[in-house]
Design a protein around this ligand. Structure first.
Ligand code: NAP
Length: 531
């Protein structure tokens, strides 16, 4: 990667001021050409003061608005971003090596999610908080009762985000947080912080959010968590290692800070025994697996990492996927022929190379071991990884294939003996964001799905009757839950208005009916959150 000391530094928006870090910071690169693009630094900035300002100024201004007014504000943010979309596509092409299709996922996906929250929140009313459920009689003569409420939290929503979704990763969290009345403080991952920073700058410049509602710090900001308290929510997306550091941070523990984690998981595609070559289920599976491996070069938290298929169909499936992957055009996204771009950085490329080497200790490579024929790019400067399909015949006993998420265009076929074996292999992933089931076999589906559902945040089931109308394995719909147990971090995001519960605290008031009804007159009904 070539270093150019003159590349501009990303400014940080803290305490209502644009501020620069006090050192040269860390360079952001073009993963195709190796050119240095920007620098990010948060050195010497008052992060504690900035969090406090967001909490007080931003919290006060947002809570004064009410839910419907905040929904309107979320819609205006989406409008600002939509008006600047071309610029974001350019930045993302440069800094992430993203193709047009990759950008649609991240940039359009972020705007779509905000619009969805603007629509859903419109009818929540302009109350100060939400009333949940009916009154609970607590005395024989109706002199004393209980009423549950959801109260917007009075702190700041701190987002520590991953490099792969600089747009969607911010806005899918910001929509529900802002709608709830919590100010947003985002720390994007350093290697791809430019796009997030540009979007935040446009929203601030457009004047569509009140003072304190939106702040950004670029660069390390490793003291960020020192300043969180019991009013705040920390929402993290990234590696399991960093997740552990965040959950065990002294301030997080001491102040019982609410933390939502979305970490790596080894998501699966599972084919029923009926998904034989020539069936729609087989064809849908091949298409989906290839798409999942190549969109964003496999750098999606939801991407298919394990392909669980009956022993009888494993060879045919491998051949069909290899046939499609071998025609995938890999290279510079500036060339319209390119279908798959690079990984975002040399560090990610190295990590993928090491992950593939690990997989090879128990898998055979079906495709991926030959040098890439790159379009308009040179391998040594760039961060490409060949689409790599492996096969592991160790089933549930596989240690690496069932455990290691290689964050790139890499997936492993793991054949199963029977339905019980397929269930055991799926569960061996120890908790995932999503599994896709390709089967129209009634017995297989009715046995498999309930037996893996507790370890998956989402299960997509595709058969011929769906007629190709499935939303896609990797497509996170704003009105459906996103998150998963165990290895996936245990977090819950989206799910429509359900997501607002992360930014509210449930509590109960026990009092006379005169008091609860007076309080309830300040509230709106929480029922739409659970519809
Ligand atoms: P990461 O290293 O865990 O970093 C994620 C975020 O945490 C970044 O903003 C990072 O900042 C920040 N961070 C790191 N250490 C921190 C600390 N001690 N305190 C506070 N913040 C800290 O993840 P990554 O670099 O984005 O990706 C690495 C791996 O994570 C990938 O290879 C992949 O396996 C996994 N991943 C998972 C998902 C998912 O959604 N499940 C998404 C992306 C990546 P800096 O960038 O400044 O270090």
């Amino acid at each position: 990667m070539s270093s150019n000391a003159k590349s501009p530094k990303l400014s940080n928006y803290l305490s209502g001021q644009w501020q620069e870090g006090k050192d040269d910071g860390v360079a952001l690169f073009d993963p195709v050409t190796g050119e240095e693009l920007r620098r990010a630094s948060s050195t010497g900035l008052d992060i504690g003061g900035a969090l406090n300002w967001s909490r007080t100024e931003g919290g006060k201004n947002l809570l004064a608005m009410g839910y419907s007014a905040r929904a309107e504000m979320v819609g205006k943010i989406a409008d600002v971003l939509a008006a600047n979309k071309d610029k974001y596509y350019e930045i993302s092409q440069k800094n992430l090596g993203a193709t047009v299709g990759d950008n649609a996922f991240d940039i359009d996906g972020g705007i779509f999610t905000l619009k969805s929250y603007a629509r859903a929140g419109k009818n929540l009313g302009n109350g100060a908080f939400l009333k949940e459920g009916a009154v609970i009689p607590l005395s024989k003569e109706n002199k004393f009762e209980g009423q549950h409420y959801l109260m917007p939290m009075r702190g700041v929503a701190v987002f520590i985000n991953a490099f792969n979704f600089p747009s969607w990763g911010l806005w899918e969290k910001a929509g529900p947080a802002l709608l709830s009345g919590m100010p947003v403080f985002v720390k994007p991952a350093t290697p791809t912080a430019w796009l997030t920073q540009e979007m935040v700058a446009d929203v601030i410049a457009a004047g569509v959010v009140p003072a304190g509602a939106l702040s950004i710090v670029c660069g390390g900001a490793r003291d960020l968590l020192d300043h969180v308290n019991e009013n705040d929510v920390v929402s993290f997306t990234g590696s399991a290692d960093t997740a552990r550091t965040i959950k065990s941070h002294p301030a997080v523990i001491a102040n019982a800070v609410r933390v939502n984690i979305e970490a790596d998981s080894v998501n699966a595609a599972i084919l029923g025994p009926d998904a034989t070559p020539g069936t729609p289920e087989f064809d849908f599976a091949v298409k989906e697996i290839v798409r999942e491996m190549t969109v964003k070069a496999g750098q999606k938290c939801t991407a298919i990492r394990r392909i669980i298929v009956s022993k009888q169909n494993a060879d045919a499936l491998g051949q069909a996927i290899v046939a499609k992957l071998s025609t995938t055009k890999v290279g510079n996204p500036r060339n319209e022929a390119t279908r798959m771009g690079p990984l975002v950085s040399k560090a990610q490329q190295q990590s993928a190379i090491e992950g593939i080497a690990l997989l090879k200790t128990e898998c055979q490579v079906l495709i991926g071991d030959t040098p890439l024929n790159l379009i308009d790019a040179t391998a040594d400067q760039a961060c490409f990884i060949a689409p790599t399909l492996l096969r592991c015949d160790l089933g549930v006993k596989a240690k690496v294939a069932n455990d290691v998420e290689v964050f790139g265009p890499v997936a492993t076929i793991i054949p199963y003996e029977n339905t019980a074996d397929a269930i055991a292999i799926a569960r061996r992933g120890r908790g995932s964001l999503v599994a896709s089931v390709f089967s129209g076999d009634e017995n297989f589906c009715q046995e498999l799905i309930p037996n893996i559902a507790d370890l998956h945040g989402r299960i997509m089931v595709v058969d011929a009757k769906v007629e190709g109308q499935q939303t896609g394995h990797g497509n996170v719909m704003p009105n459906c839950l996103h998150g998963g147990p165990g290895k996936a971090g245990g977090g819950e995001e989206l799910g429509g208005l359900r997501a607002l519960t992360l930014y509210h605290r449930r509590m109960v008031v026990q009092a006379g009916p005169h008091r609860t009804s007076a309080l309830s007159s300040l509230a709106n009904d929480a029922a739409p959150l659970f519809n």
